[in-house]
Design a protein around this ligand. Structure first.
Ligand SMILES: [Zn+2]
Length: 266
């Protein structure tokens, strides 16, 4: 977002939550590979610290499969193989899939009850998703998934809004409440948190390199090179601004907010 000199930025009264100590992380992503590409280094660090991580992938990703001769069934199997291999590298414990049509005609009101189910069932203290307020993003899957995930993060506690599973709702109503204390937006151009990934870059690049159903043998190294350049740029800016320790060479840019800031100005 471009801000002119007359444009004042009034910060939220609520502090930026720390990701240290995250215990249960629910990642709501558009496509199979998004979180690994955008935040894989950070998620690997949090997995190493003991966080349980579930990836919920909203779209079926079939449009992105490069081998057009594959049946939808075989294409889905290839995508799943890739994602499982990447998950083992990053340290992701669970993978769920909602199967809505990639780049297709789906409604947020059909997706939202599934996200209520994911949140009520997994009981996350932290949710990761794509930033729906990225100033330039043409792919509707990205901003709409981020938007419905952000909305689910503020509405999941309302019993009058049922999830897609009556049994999950029944268990959730009688379980003790849990504290969703942070929502983390990746693919953001308004980062407030820079996460050093020097120690996990090798795993991030290895995980991204597993997505062979979606990228050719020529494209994958190019993608890794681009991500490397981006991580180096984020680190350079962060070190220059005193926001990262000197000597940091790779980092990811994230917008981490208290969920209470998702509705009305705080
Ligand atoms: Zn995507």
């Amino acid at each position: 977002m471009t801000r002119d000199s007359a444009h004042l930025v009034i910060p939220s009264l609520l502090p930026v939550p720390s990701l240290d100590g995250a215990r249960r992380i629910l990642v709501i992503q558009p496509h199979y590979d998004d979180a690994d590409i955008a935040a894989g280094g950070t998620l690997a660090t949090l997995a190493d610290s003991g966080a349980a991580i579930r990836y919920c992938t909203v779209l079926d990703d079939l449009v992105g499969v490069i081998d057009e001769t594959l049946s939808d069934e075989d294409a889905a199997a290839s995508l799943l193989r890739d994602q499982r291999a990447a998950a083992a590298i990053i340290g992701v414990n669970e993978l769920t899939h909602l199967g809505f049509p990639d780049a297709g005609n789906w409604s947020r009101f059909d997706v939202r009850p599934h996200l209520f189910r994911e949140i009520r069932d997994f009981r996350p203290d932290v949710i990761f998703t794509a930033d729906p307020w990225l100033s330039v993003e043409a792919h509707r899957d990205h901003w709409e998934v981020g938007s419905v995930a952000a909305e689910a993060a503020i509405l999941f506690g309302i019993p009058k809004l049922p999830s897609s599973s009556a049994s999950v709702d029944a268990a959730w109503r009688t379980a003790p409440p849990f504290d969703l204390r942070a929502v983390v937006f990746f693919y953001t151009d308004e980062p407030n948190t820079l996460s050093p990934i020097d120690g996990t870059w090798d795993r991030k690049s290895a995980a991204v390199s597993e997505y062979r159903a979606q990228f050719s043998a020529e494209e994958l190294p190019q993608l890794v090179t681009t991500l490397d350049a981006k991580a180096a740029q984020v680190a350079r800016v962060g070190v220059g601004a005193g926001r990262l320790p000197a000597g940091t060479t790779r980092a990811e840019a994230l917008k981490v907010i208290d969920p209470r800031t998702l509705h009305g100005a705080r």
